[in-house]
Design a protein around this ligand. Sequence first.
Ligand SMILES: [Zn+2]
Length: 436
Amino acid sequence: MKSNIKMRLLSKVFQPLITIPKNAKIKSTEVTCKSQKLLLECGLIRPTSSGLFAILPLAQRAMDKLERHICKHIEAAGAQRISLSSLTPASLWDKSGRLQEMGPELMKATDRHGKQYVLAPTHEEAITDLLADVGPLSYKQLPLILYQISSKFRDEHRPKHGLLRARHFTMMDAYSHHASEDCVLNTYERISRAYRDIFEGLGLKVYRVEAPSGAMGGSLSHEWQAVAEAGEDSLTICQRCQHAGLEAKCPRCGGEGEVVSSIEVGHTFVLNTRYSSPLGACYTDAQGARPPLRAACYGVGGSRLLAACVEAGGRWPRGVAPYSALLVPPKEGSKEWQQLGWSAVEQVYSQLSVLPTLRDDVIVDDRCDMTIGKRLMQANRMGYPYVVVMGKAALESPPRYELVCESSTQLLTMPELLKTIDTIDHGNMAAEKVTA
Ligand SMILES: [Zn+2]
C-alpha cells in the first residue's frame, strides 16, 4: 500500500464511536435529543463533565466551516473581527448592575490577589469599557461594528440536551455603536438580513421572533428560533400570514397559530444607552458635545447552531459537513479489490479532488475489512453530502461508480460523476448568492 499522494483516511480519524442501546434507561441529564445522540454515537463530541464537552476532530472541522460561513456574512454587513478576553473584571458587571441581576448564572473566578472576574457569557460590559477607555470616538467614525467568535460560559443550573444547554459554548457576538437611534435601527436591520443569509445558507428554517429583553435590557429584542423537534423552546406560526411569535393568536392578522418546537440559535437586542451610560462610553458630536453611544448587540450560538443543523436533517448542510465527500473502496479480498488495487483508489481520490468544491475535503473509508454495506450504513448515519462507492461496476470499461447523495443513488462514469457534483454544488452556491 505504498502511496505517492496524501489521502485523508477515516481509519486515522480520532472518532471514538459509542453505542447507546435502544432501550437503555436514560437519566434526565444524559442523552435527551437527536443531535446529542448522533454527536455522541458518531464520535463527534464527548462529554467531559456536567454540561462540558470535548469537540472532536470531525465536529471541529464542521465548527470551523460554520465559523467561516458566519464571518463571511457578518463581515459583508460591515463588522470587524476582534477578540476579547473571556475573563472580565467583576467590577464592570457590578457597574452595569448585572452582577446582581444574573447572579448565579455567572461563572466566577478569583485571581491570586483576590481580584474577582466573571467568565463572560456575553461581552456588553467589556466592549463598552473598551470604547470608554479609548476615549470618545468622533461621530464620523460611527457606526462601528465589532464582532468576535469565542468561548462563552454560563453556570447552568441543570445542563441538558448536550450542546444545546451546555456550560461552555461557542458564540459569535457582535456589537454596533452609533450616534443616532435611526442609525441603530438601520444597522439592526442590516445585520438581521445577514442573519437570514447565514441561516438560509445552512438550509435551516429560522424565524425572527419579537421577545422580551430580560436581563440584557434595552428597548427591542428578537429571538432567532430554528424549527426543530428536540427544541426546548416553542413558537407559534400563523397559518394565514406565516408571522412567527410567542403568543397564541397572531397579533398581525388574528389568525390561528400552529405551535412548533424550536431551538434558539440567536438573539439580537437594541440596547441604546443601556451600557454606555453606566460605563461612560461616549462620542463627540458635530457640536463638540459628548453624548453616550447608542448600541445594539447580536449573538449567534455556534455550538447550538451546529446542533440545530444536525437536529434538522438527515445530512449535514453542504457547507458545514466535516467532509464533503466520502470515498468507499472495495472490500479487502473481493474481486474488485484484487483487480483494481490501491492505486485505483488513489486515482479516484485525485480525480475527485480536482473539483474546487471538494479540494482537501474528501476522505477515504479505508476500513476495507468491513463490507461496503456496513461502511455505507455508517456513512449514511454520519450524513456526508456525497458518498462515492467503488463497487462491481468499477471493473467495467469505462469504470462506473455509485454516487449516493440527496437520498438518490446513481451509477456514473467519473466525468458524469464530477459533472453531477459540480452541478449540485453550483446550484447551492447560486442559491446562496441570490439571498446575499
Ligand atoms: Zn397572521
